[in-house]
Each structure stands twice: as C-alpha cells, then as structure tokens.
Design a protein around this ligand. Structure first.
Ligand SMILES: NC(=O)C1=CN([C@@H]2O[C@H](COP(=O)(O)OP(=O)(O)OC[C@H]3O[C@@H](n4cnc5c(N)ncnc54)[C@H](O)[C@@H]3O)[C@@H](O)[C@H]2O)C=CC1
Ligand SMILES: O=C(O)[C@@H]1CCC=N1
Length: 300
C-alpha cells in the first residue's frame, strides 16, 4: 500500500508514534488483533519481531500468523507468559466472555510500567482494574476491522493513570491504522454501535444491493463492482465536499425520479427507524457485555 512513499515518511511516523522498538503482545489473536497488526506492519510503525500474538491452542492459526506477518506466535504456555511479561504494551483482544479469566491470569504477572490497551466491547476500565488487581494504566478503545487497510476508526479513552506519553503512543498506534477520536469512557458503547459494528452495516447494505442488482438482471461481478464503487464514491463525496449526507442525497434525488421512488420505498419499510433501533441495540448490547463480565466478578 505504501510501496511508493519516500522512506522518510515511514521514519517520521515511527518517530512520532513512539511505538518503534517497543515490544507489543496481542493477548487474543483473532480478527481484530490481526487487523491492527497488519495495519501497523503495513505502515511500518513497528517490526514483526517486536510483535507477539497469543492465542488459545490453535496451531494452524498461530502458524498462519507467523507465516503471514513474521510475528512471534508461541504455542507453548511458558513462552506465552514470557511474552506477556516482557511486553511494554499488552493489547487485550479476546472475546468479552474470555476476558475475566485472561485478565486474572495477567494480573499474576503484570509489571509496573506496562500499558494495557483493550479493544474488548463493553469491558469497562474499572472492571479491568479489578480483574488485574494492580495499578496499571489502561487504554480502553473501540477500533474496527478497516484498520487492516489503514482506514479504521477508533474511539479511545484513558484511565487516570495513563501518562501523557502513553496517551500519545496509544493514540498514535490507532492513528497508524486509520483515525482516532478520544471520547469519555461511557461514550465508547455509542462508538461501538456507530463504528465498531458499523462496517457490518455497510457490508449488509452491499449484500442487499448486490442481490437486488442480480435480481434486476446484472451478473454477480457487475452487481458487485457497481455497488462497491458506489458506496466508496458516496463516502469519499462526504469527505471531499464537506457537505451533509442529507444534502448530497437531495442532489441525487430528482423530484419524481427513480431515487425518490426508492427512498420512499425504504421509508415505507422502516429503514430509518430500523437503523436507529439497530444501533441503539448495539450500544445496549455493549453495556450488557460489560455487565455480564462485572456480574461474574461479583459472584467470584
Ligand atoms: N471483530 C471486530 O470487528 C471488532 C472486535 N472488537 C473486539 O475485539 C475482541 C476480539 O474480537 P475478534 O477478533 O472479532 O474475536 P476472535 O474470536 O476472532 O478472536 C479472539 C481470540 O482470542 C483468543 N483467546 C480467547 N481467550 C484467550 C486466552 N485466555 N488466551 C489467549 N487467547 C485467547 C481466541 O482463541 C480467539 O482466537 C472482542 O472483545 C471484540 O469485542 C472490537 C472492535 C471490532
Ligand atoms: O460484534 C462485536 O461484538 C464486536 C464489537 C464491535 C464489532 N465487533
């Protein structure tokens, strides 16, 4: 992606981020961890040998990560612990249901000065502090999978213990793979609903547009090409013109024309309400995921 940029651009990013040379451990090596790792390596923010990806016993997955990215992906328990102990930054990237046990184990080996960066939906800073049981600085984030190609967007919030340098480093880490917005922690559930889950809404819309295009007689390749470029162009138009989506929509919608007919049909089928309710439910679900971890804490 960045094959043609001057070498000093990568060097400037490395310098600005403060990440270069830092040991990173990804605790949980699923799709989100992979998206961030791929983005960091593509942007040359760090080198593969600085990254360890830790997963449950899944030899094929670990081998795939090693061969794809050149990162360390140990399969043996002792080596996993060493990597977690040795890392300057530990990125928590397991599913919410696996977080409590993993964080308790981490609490037994955590060292002062380590920075914890969570990408786990719903998991609150206070719960992480309780689970780890030490005064570690915590960065709670909500990224999205478009980080894979450097077009992610991440909501970030910090515990009080995060130093200004660590704040800058964590922010730079996510800016390296897209853009980042610092928000108050309670707003991260809303961020989850908008941009964490958001790529899936766009893909779902694409799925329906491609299927409908085919029903109207286009072949699958043409329906896909027309749909994808249309959504890409629409997002770029909002960015390039600075206009509101509603204004841009009005420019497409000639009175009495095809678009107006389509939008009326969407309205008749409850599209606006459906999107709003879906996102309210996503935010609520983020809170529930956090609650269920905390309930587990109270009963243990
Ligand atoms: N996929 C997405 O679009 C986004 C996901 N997230 C968050 O990222 C987290 C991970 O999500 P995905 O990557 O989609 O899940 P995933 O299921 O692809 O990956 C999670 C990985 O963690 C590993 N794991 C679980 N417990 C472990 C333990 N104790 N030690 C080591 N590894 C362990 C599992 O083996 C699994 O491979 C979730 O908490 C989710 O809320 C956040 C933003 C976007
Ligand atoms: O679906 C989920 O729970 C995660 C969080 C945001 C995107 N994926």
């Amino acid at each position: 992606m960045h094959d043609h940029e001057p070498g000093n651009a990568a060097a400037a990013r490395q310098e600005a981020s403060g990440l270069y040379g830092k040991k990173l451990a990804f605790y949980g090596a699923g799709s989100m961890a992979e998206a961030i790792v791929r983005g960091l390596l593509t942007r040359e923010l760090t080198q593969p040998q600085q990254i360890t990806m830790i997963n449950r016993a899944d030899a094929a997955r670990l081998e795939a990560l090693r061969s794809r990215y050149g990162v360390q992906a140990p399969s043996e328990g002792g080596a996993k612990l060493e990597a977690l102990k040795g890392a300057e930054i530990v990125v928590l990237a397991m599913k919410p249901k696996d977080a409590a046990q993993a964080l308790r184990q981490f609490g037994e080996i955590v060292r002062p000065g380590q920075l914890l960066v969570s990408v786990i939906a719903g998991l609150r800073i206070a719960a992480i502090e309780r689970l780890v049981g030490r005064d570690v600085p915590i960065v709670r984030t909500m990224p999205n999978t478009s980080s894979t190609i450097g077009l992610g967007v991440t909501g970030i919030s910090f515990s009080e213990r995060v130093s200004p340098q660590a704040r800058a480093m964590a922010t730079a880490m996510f800016e390296a793979v897209g853009t980042a917005e610092v928000v108050d922690e309670p707003l991260l559930d809303a961020v989850t609903a908008v941009s964490g889950s958001g790529p899936a809404y766009a893909y779902y819309l694409m799925e329906q547009m491609i299927a409908a295009g085919q029903q109207l007689g286009l072949d699958a390749d043409a329906a896909r090409a027309l749909t994808v470029q249309t959504l890409r162009g629409a997002a770029e138009m909002v960015l390039a013109t600075g206009e509101q989506p509603a204004e841009l929509r009005r420019k497409v919608m000639s009175p009495g024309g095809t678009t107006e007919a389509a939008i009326r049909t969407l309205d008749a089928h409850g599209f606006p309400e459906g999107v709003q309710r879906a996102m309210a439910r996503a935010a609520e679900r983020a809170g529930e995921l956090g609650d269920s971890i905390e309930e587990g804490l109270q009963s243990s």
